[in-house]
Design a binder for this molecule. Structure first.
Ligand code: PMP
Length: 436
């Protein structure tokens, strides 16, 4: 199987290259390979598998669709399955946002929904430019790559969207202004001044897009106070705020939606990954005052995936009934505390951070001089070596962020404390082995 992957599969994907794994089966947090070896899955479909692999409620939802001859494809037509899904989604949103929101089904991926969100705000405002943040990631299509701050995937793709500008993100460990924990205040002032300066080269934008915790950018949480400021700044200037919760949404960060940590609301909310309950689905939910679409202005074939709506609804119900956001909050806090203890035992951890079960461990080279705020250069090679040592010890995790130097942990929300403890033992062992 692995040789098939080597010979026939495109080089464009990264996970299959870094994780030489052929999967036989998977249940809950565990994956079993073709030789029967078991792995803790702390990548969980890049944050998709909130309930882990093959959860019973997901299976039951699929069975119900199959048993009742519900059409598997309906374009975007209405069915009771779709109606029930929409009810569940709206019941999960903060009431004040749900009361004024509309939902739009998009293609199956997060990138599809981001594309729709960009077109939505452009249509609604008549403006063209989009502001986003350094280090942000919003997808791999031309449009979504254009507004992604991560630069490496753009290397060979020249003609990207015009009128895209990147603002500094409040990444505390590497504050672009070198100001550490207070840097976010200066970033707010910078954004405000830039928007108000007629010579800044930024015309009134159609929207600003932000991740509450940058995912692919290295599990970087934005400070709550800064998020409140960003909301104030955008509201005062009537600029739609698009919150990309493709990765943070549906309980991962310890709240159903990550924006709830800051007590703010988006104008446009983008969801994918976990909202489909293991299957591909994406939606944009937005303030109906932005609904200036002409009929047929944003169409597509695969928008009505009944299976994904059923599994998505079942997943949302289970998450609420079992208080998984609170569980993610507690377990994430525990995991960060334990990782900070490991930080004291090893040489190469520069920073441990995250929100809920979206955790980043930044691997650095402490033989180099720290910068003015005490952060060391990232060590992507060592991070990769740690990922490999973890893999050998039966733990699947991801690397990302600047220089690929951040180990990213996104385990299923159903993970138990004992499982976290086992992962941490293996992680410490792996990092010590890689450091040798
Ligand atoms: N936005 C964010 C925040 C993401 O993390 C991702 C995927 N990692 C996307 C958008 C794009 O989603 P997809 O890969 O499904 O296109």
């Amino acid at each position: 199987l692995l040789s098939m992957q080597e010979i026939r599969e495109s080089n464009a994907r990264s996970y299959p290259r870094r994780l030489p794994l052929a999967i036989q089966k998977a249940k809950g947090v565990m994956i079993t390979d073709m030789d029967g070896k078991q792995y803790f899955d702390c990548l969980a479909g890049a944050g998709t598998l909130a309930l882990g692999h093959n959860h019973d409620v997901v299976h039951e939802a699929i069975q119900e669709i199959l048993n009742n001859l519900i059409p598997l494809h309906t374009l975007d037509l209405t069915t009771p399955v779709k109606e029930a899904f929409v009810d569940e989604v709206f019941a999960s949103l903060p009431e004040s946002f749900a009361g004024k929101a509309k939902i739009q089904f998009c293609g199956p991926t997060g990138g599809d929904a981001i594309e729709a969100a960009l077109k939505l705000v452009k249509t609604a405002t008549g403006n063209r430019s989009i502001l986003s943040f350094q280090g942000g990631y919003h997808g791999s299509t031309h449009g979504t790559l254009s507004i992604s701050g991560t630069t490496s995937p753009k290397k060979h793709i020249h003609a990207l969207l015009p009128d895209t500008h990147f603002l500094p993100y409040p990444y505390e460990y590497r504050c672009p202004f070198g100001l550490g924990k207070n840097g976010h205040e200066f970033i707010s002032t910078y954004i405000e001044n830039t928007l108000d300066d007629p010579e800044s080269g930024i015309v009134t934008p159609a929207g600003i897009i932000v991740e509450i915790v940058q995912g692919e950018g290295g599990s970087v949480p934005a400070p709550i106070e800064w998020l409140k400021q960003l909301r104030r700044i955008t509201k005062e200037r009537n600029i739609p705020l698009i919150i990309d919760e493709v990765q943070t949404g549906i309980g991962r960060t310890g709240k159903m939606f990550a924006f709830e940590h800051a007590g703010i609301e988006p104008d446009v909310l983008v969801l994918s990954k976990a909202i489909g309950g293991s299957l591909p689905l994406s939606v944009v939910i937005y303030d109906k005052k932005l609904d200036k679409w002409e009929s047929g202005a944003h169409i597509g074939t695969f928008r009505g995936n009944q299976l994904a709506m059923a599994t998505g609804r079942a997943t949302l119900q289970y998450i609420k009934e079992h208080h998984l956001p609170e569980h993610a909050h507690q377990l994430g806090y525990y995991m960060q505390t334990q990782l900070k203890k490991i930080q004291q035992q090893v040489k190469s951890i520069g920073d441990v951070r995250g929100r809920g079960l979206m955790i980043g461990v930044e691997i650095v080279d402490k033989t180099q001089a720290p910068n003015s705020i005490g952060s060391y250069p990232g060590d992507g090679e060592l991070a990769k070596a740690i990922q490999k040592e973890c893999f050998d010890r039966g733990v699947i995790l991801e690397v990302g962020g600047r220089h690929g130097a951040v180990i990213r942990l996104l385990p299923p929300l159903i993970m138990k404390k004992e499982q976290i403890d086992e992962v941490l033992v293996r992680f410490e062992d792996a990092i010590k082995a890689a450091e040798k």
